[in-house]
Design a protein around this ligand. Structure first.
Ligand code: NAD
Ligand code: DAU
Length: 335
C-alpha cells in the first residue's frame, strides 16, 4: 500500500481528489495544507483515520516539507494541488501567489529530487493565455505559454520549474493542465458557486463584462480520475491536458442556473469587467485519452450543474460563513 502526499488537500479539487483516492484505491494519503481562507477541514470530514492523516503547514516551509518527504519511498508520490487559485485575488494582491505558487512549488520539487520521489504537478489551462471566440483550434500540449494574469503567470512559472527539474535533475515528474472545474466544496468566490449561493439567498447572479467569455467545464470527479491515471500510467517528463469538451459562455451557465431555480433567464446583473479578462479557454485532451485511455464520466453538464445546485442547497453550513466576506470584497471592486 503506497502513500500519496497531497498538498492543498483541504481545498476544492484537492479534497475531492483525496476522497476519490481513498474510495477507488488502497493507497494512504497525507494531506499537507496551510488552511488559508480557501482551505477547510470540513471538506475532509469522515475520512478513514487508518489511511488518512492531516498536517497543517506551508508548502514553502522547507523543514516541514523535508520531514514529510522523508516518510515517502520509491512507490509513493507527491501530488501537488496547493496554490493560490483565484484570478480576482491575484489582481488585488499578487504577493501570496508568488510565494505559494512559485516558491512553494520550488520547495516541493527540491525535496522530491533529493530523494528521487515521484512528483505530479497540478496546473491549469490558463498558462496558455486565451483563444478568440471563433478560433478553430483548442489548447494542446504544444501550445506556447502566454499567461495573462498574476495567477496564471505564477502557475506558468511553476510548470517551467518542474520541466527544468525534469531535464536538469531527472526529477520523476508529470504535469497536468486542466480546464475549469465545478462540483462540491468549491469556494463561493468562484463563478458557479457564487451564482448558486446568490440564488439560494434570493440575490441575482453577477456576470462580468459582456458574459460572452467561454470556459471549458469539467466535473471535479473527472479531474481526479485523470490525475490518478497520469500518476499510474503517465510517462515521466510528460504534460497531459485534461478536459471534457464542456465549452459554455458565462451567460449560458447563468441562464441554466436561473432556469433551474425557476427564475427568468434574464434575471441577472452585468457587473464590472475583470481587468485582463481571458476570453475563451478550450482543451484538446486527445493525448490523455489516446495514450492513457482516460475518459470523463460526468459528461452531462446540465445534470452535473443540477447536482451541484442540490449540494450547495444542502450544505449552507459549509459555505455560509464565507459568503459575507467574499461578497464584501467583490463590492469593493465593483464586481
Ligand atoms: P483552492 O483555492 O480551492 O484550494 C487551494 C488549497 O491550497 C487550499 O486548501 C489552501 O489552504 C491550500 N494552500 C494555499 N496555499 C498554501 C500553502 N502555501 N501551503 C499549503 N497549502 C496551501 O484551489 P482549487 O480550485 O482546488 O485548485 C487546486 C489546484 O488545481 C491549483 O493548483 C489550481 O491552480 C489547479 N486548477 C484549478 C482549476 C479550477 O477550476 N479550480 C482548474 C485547473 C487547475
Ligand atoms: O481554467 C482553469 C482555471 O479556472 C483555474 O486555473 C482557476 O484556479 C479557476 O479559478 C478558474 O479560473 P477562472 O478565472 O476561469 O474562474 P472563475 O470562477 O473566477 O470565473 C469563471 C468565469 O466567470 C470568468 O470568465 C469570470 C466570470 N465571472 C466570475 C465570477 C466570480 C463572472 O462573470 N462573474 C463572477 O461573479
Amino acid at each position: 500500500m503506497s502513500i500519496l502526499l497531497v498538498t492543498g488537500g483541504a481545498g476544492f479539487i484537492g479534497s475531492n481528489f483525496v476522497r476519490h483516492v481513498l474510495e477507488s484505491t488502497d493507497r494512504s494519503v497525507i494531506v499537507l495544507d496551510k488552511l488559508t481562507y480557501a482551505g477547510d477541514l470540513g471538506a475532509l470530514d469522515g475520512l478513514p483515520s487508518d489511511r488518512y492523516e492531516f498536517v497543517r503547514g506551508d508548502i514553502a516551509d522547507a523543514a516541514l516539507v523535508d520531514g514529510l518527504a522523508d516518510r515517502l519511498g520509491a512507490d509513493d508520490a507527491i501530488v501537488h494541488f496547493a496554490a493560490e487559485s483565484h484570478n480576482d485575488n491575484s489582481l488585488a494582491d499578487p504577493a501570496p501567489f508568488l510565494e505559494t505558487n512559485v516558491v512553494g512549488t520550488y520547495t516541493l520539487i527540491e525535496a522530491a529530487r533529493r530523494r528521487g520521489l515521484r512528483f505530479h504537478h497540478v496546473s491549469t489551462d490558463e498558462v496558455y493565455g486565451d483563444l478568440e471566440l471563433d478560433a478553430p483550434g483548442r489548447f494542446t500540449e504544444a501550445t506556447p505559454y502566454n499567461p495573462s494574469s498574476p495567477y496564471s503567470s505564477t502557475k506558468a512559472a511553476s510548470d517551467l520549474l518542474v520541466r527544468a527539474w525534469v531535464r536538469s535533475f531527472g526529477l520523476r515528474a508529470t504535469i497536468s493542465n486542466c480546464s475549469n472545474n465545478y462540483g462540491p466544496y468549491q469556494h463561493v468566490e468562484k463563478f458557479i458557486p457564487r451564482q448558486i449561493t446568490n440564488l439560494l439567498r434570493g440575490d441575482r447572479p453577477k456576470v462580468y463584462g459582456s458574459g460572452e467569455n467561454v470556459r471549458d467545464w469539467i466535473h471535479t470527479d473527472d479531474h481526479s480520475s485523470a490525475v490518478l491515471a497520469i500518476l499510474e500510467r503517465g510517462a515521466i517528463g510528460e504534460t497531459y491536458l485534461i478536459g471534457a469538451d464542456g465549452e459554455r459562455s458565462n451567460r449560458e451557465v447563468v441562464e441554466l442556473l436561473l432556469t433551474a431555480f425557476g427564475r427568468r433567464p434574464d434575471e441577472f446583473d452585468f457587473v464590472g469587467e475583470r481587468p485582463g479578462h481571458d476570453l475563451r479557454y478550450a482543451i484538446d485532451s486527445t493525448k490523455l485519452r489516446e495514450e492513457l485511455d482516460w475518459r470523463p464520466a460526468r459528461v452531462d453538464f446540465e445534470k452535473g450543474l443540477h447536482a451541484t445546485v442540490e449540494w450547495y442547497r444542502a450544505h449552507e453550513t459549509w459555505w455560509g460563513p464565507q459568503k459575507e466576506r467574499t461578497e464584501a470584497a467583490y463590492a469593493k471592486v465593483g464586481r
